[in-house]
Design a binder for this molecule. Structure first.
Ligand code: FES
Length: 134
């Protein structure tokens, strides 16, 4: 169960609807299916996710963050404003270059508009040296 209480499909649907509502590039079910297909799989190594930063997994459109040492989070890397791809996190902020929205790396909440909705979150766990989508 995602941390914000929404079901994973609901969140993906919300992100997808935001992206698809304006028929932007990358819109459609392919991204959602790619994200769902990683359940139970390591999507990155913990060593590749710096504290305060993160790793953008572009092909899956997922961003993994480590807001504090040993705490890993994962979010859809699709901006909730109009569906642009997000950038690699820095200083615990995930930015969207399209219109300047910013999201907190520890919660996925929009901290600077125009986006107001949080990023869709995935539960993750560490297995060995990998970050796994739960
Ligand atoms: S699409 Fe990200 S801020 Fe507009």
């Amino acid at each position: 169960m995602p941390e914000n209480g929404l079901g994973r499909r609901e969140m993906l649907g919300t992100a997808g609807a935001a992206a698809c509502g304006l028929a932007l590039a990358g819109c459609g079910t392919r991204d959602t299916k790619a994200q769902e297909s990683v359940k139970g799989k390591a999507i990155t190594k913990t060593a590749d996710v710096p504290v305060g930063g993160g790793k953008l997994i572009e092909d899956l459109k997922i961003v993994v963050t480590q807001p504090t040492h040993g705490v890993y989070k994962a979010y859809s890397a699709i901006c909730t404003h109009m569906g642009c791809a997000l950038s690699t996190p820095e200083d615990n902020v995930i930015k969207c270059a399209c219109h300047g929205s910013e999201f907190a790396a520890d919660s996925g909440k929009a901290i600077k508009g125009p986006a107001t909705d949080p990023l869709a979150a995935f539960r993750v766990r560490v297995e060995g040296d990998g970050v796994v989508i739960a």
